[in-house]
Design a binder for this molecule. Structure first.
Ligand SMILES: [Zn+2]
Length: 294
């Protein structure tokens, strides 16, 4: 059984004359921008060694998946969000490791966040605790994923959570990567699979469960580590594009040559934030197009 979540828009606009004046001045420009803007855009931000993915729809619905390792996320969001927009509908924490949660602390401080979606797994670090404390302090709605769930938003867009399908809330795990939120975005027939830091164990589990399918874009698990992206997994998800979120010269040796070779074997186009900078996928009229910063 699936639970159905409806994304509640949480838009708070500036009041007052300043805003009205700005609206009048920029009105023409903004209308022009809307015309140029695709229906749905996914940004794989270049946050260095870590991960932050931003989904933005033409009508201004926004979902942020992880925040990267630092406050670098703030200027990146500032560049792609309208100047008057200080709210994000949903923030998803895939797991509480520092390279995913740290930037979200800054996001919770600066933005009005509609809801936080997470596994609730217990993780005893200062960053993870600060993130949880901020959710409580700011009374942000928290949704715990412990069974398959679907988030519906803009024009039949869906984000389906494939994992976790177990209760991890309050639990301490040997490997937090077993509890990551894996999700699939489906819009106008295009599919993007976000593996977060999922490793072999979770890939195998999802394969056995039969919930993985042929997708257009794969956000490669765990920064291209050799502990992810097995041949069996790639054979099932068969992406056209593979995006690796990774920092230049990181101390983990990500992405691993073995993973890159595996991806090359299936003939996928590889995109890397360390080489290409921020990577943007546009979906418009059922077509998927790609933009790279570098
Ligand atoms: Zn990570």
């Amino acid at each position: 059984m699936k639970i159905f979540l409806q994304l509640h828009k949480n838009k708070i606009l500036f009041g007052g004359l300043l805003f009205l004046a700005a609206l009048v001045v920029l009105g023409g420009l903004y209308v022009w921008n809307l015309e140029q803007e695709p229906e749905l855009r996914v940004y794989f931000f270049d946050v260095g060694q870590g991960e932050a993915i931003f989904i933005n729809t033409k009508n201004g619905e926004q979902i942020l998946i992880d925040g990267g390792p630092s406050n670098k996320i703030l200027p990146l969001l500032g560049r792609v969000m309208p100047f008057y927009d200080h709210s994000i509908d949903a923030v998803i924490l895939t797991h509480p490791h520092a390279d995913h949660v740290s930037g979200l602390i800054e996001v919770l401080k600066r933005y009005n966040v509609g809801e936080v979606i997470e596994s609730g797994v217990d993780y005893n670090t200062a960053e993870a605790k600060e993130f949880e404390d901020l959710i409580s302090k700011k009374r942000i709605k928290k949704i715990i994923i412990n069974k398959p769930a679907k988030l519906s938003f803009f024009k039949n867009a869906t984000l389906t959570f494939l994992s976790p399908d177990k209760y991890f809330e309050g639990q301490i795990l040997n490997n937090v990567h077993d509890s990551v939120l894996v999700s699939e975005l489906d819009f106008e027939g295009k599919k993007i699979l976000f593996m977060a830091d999922a490793e072999k164990n979770l890939e195998r589990y999802l394969l056995q469960k039969g919930v993985l399918e042929d997708v257009d874009v794969l956000k490669v698990g765990h920064h291209g580590s050799k502990t992810s992206s097995t041949a069996d997994f790639l054979k099932t998800v068969k992406p056209e594009y593979a995006v690796i979120s990774v920092g230049a010269k990181n101390r983990y040796g990500h992405p691993h040559q073995q993973t890159l070779s595996g991806l090359e074997t299936i003939g996928v186009q590889i995109l890397r934030t360390d080489i290409n900078g921020t990577i943007i996928l546009n979906i418009n009229g059922g077509q998927l197009t790609l933009q790279k910063e570098k």
